[in-house]
Design a protein around this ligand. Sequence first.
Ligand SMILES: C[S@@+](CC[C@H](N)C(=O)[O-])C[C@H]1O[C@@H](n2cnc3c(N)ncnc32)[C@H](O)[C@@H]1O
Length: 161
Amino acid sequence: MQIALFQPDIPQNTGTILRLCACLDVAAHIIEPAGFDASDRNFRRAGMDYLDHVRLKRHDSWSKFEEWRAEAACRLVLFTTRAAKSYLDFEYTASDVLLFGRETAGVTDAVVAAADARLVIPIKPPLRSLNVAVTAAMALGEALRQTGSGTAGSATQRDFW
Ligand SMILES: C[S@@+](CC[C@H](N)C(=O)[O-])C[C@H]1O[C@@H](n2cnc3c(N)ncnc32)[C@H](O)[C@@H]1O
């Protein structure tokens, strides 16, 4: 299991998600441009020393990420508030990449079109969305419950920080 963050722009959320990935031994991908850099104080504070333990790969753009994914032959599972299918009604595989959108803008239409599956965590109407780090925790909880260890799937190199 792996996760990817599309152009994240709130450093505390990314730090929290990378800490989660370190603890669950799930590889992470950041699709640039992010709204902050690796030296950001809030990012470092949220990720703490857990950042030293995460398997992380940075992709300069969406197209670079897609090149990597084609080679790795991983399905892309997009979490979006605009999906019709619940994340509980989906059969995950160990090599899936779970993708989460930018806090302020979600993902582009091209990203939606590229996804092999689009899933929602149902929430009470008319509320708009969950925090992205909470979404990632819930999504990983279900995906790992179904598939087992977070160490499954292809490893990535650590090349961001
Ligand atoms: C704060 S939301 C983005 C809201 C943005 N205005 C939009 O329209 O997508 C950030 C990301 O968290 C994830 N997310 C938040 N709530 C979700 C939900 N209920 N179901 C699935 N994904 C969710 C999605 O990946 C989303 O792109």
